[in-house]
Design a protein around this ligand. Structure first.
Ligand SMILES: Cc1cc2nc3c(=O)[nH]c(=O)nc-3n(C[C@H](O)[C@H](O)[C@H](O)COP(=O)(O)O)c2cc1C
Length: 155
């Protein structure tokens, strides 16, 4: 059975709802999922599939609950080369240049530490999408397809 780790950063809960929704969908497809809301690096298995979902707050900042993980990734320099991941950002285009800047920062650090991003970052504009779960569900179906060969090799 394939495992998927969801990691969220959230202030108001929207990113957490998206993770919970996607986790349910993947469970229906036979995945074993785990969700971590603002985890410490030490809690995470540094291999396999990750889906990182975070909003942006302040002036392009990550939410407070995922700042410790972001800092640990920069400072502890973990080897993330056994991770394949997807990135989802929630933000509002009202914020102009800082639209979805949080996920861009985190995504960049994961790649710098050797993790391989599959597919493009999904940036969900909450102005356009009253239910961010909808574009996220579409995206993850495509993302699973992009990982098909890897999933087959996992058995
Ligand atoms: C005080 C505040 C600052 C925000 N700053 C940004 C920002 O700089 N860029 C952005 O894309 N969205 C920004 N947003 C929008 C949030 O990212 C958006 O509302 C998102 O759905 C919140 O998700 P969450 O509940 O998971 O934190 C901001 C929202 C608030 C309330």
């Amino acid at each position: 059975m394939t495992s998927m780790t969801f990691i969220t950063g959230s202030t108001l809960g929207n990113s957490e709802y998206v993770a919970e929704h996607l986790s349910e969908k993947l469970t229906e497809m036979g995945f074993v999922t785990k969700i971590f809301h603002g985890p410490q690096l030490s809690e995470l298995n540094l291999s396999g599939l990750w889906c990182v979902i975070t909003s942006t707050h302040g002036a392009g900042d990550l939410p407070d609950n995922i700042k410790p993980l972001f800092k640990q990734i920069i400072e502890d320099q973990p080897d993330l080369s056994k991770i394949r991941f997807g990135s989802i950002g929630l933000g509002s285009s009202d914020y102009g240049d800082t639209f979805c800047k949080g996920i861009k920062k985190l995504d960049q650090q994961l790649i710098l530490k050797g993790a391989q991003r599959i597919g493009e970052i999904l940036k969900i504009d909450v102005i356009e999408h009253e239910n961010p779960e909808d574009p996220a569900e579409e995206w993850i179906k495509n993302w699973i397809n992009l990982n098909k060969n890897f999933l087959i090799s996992c058995g």
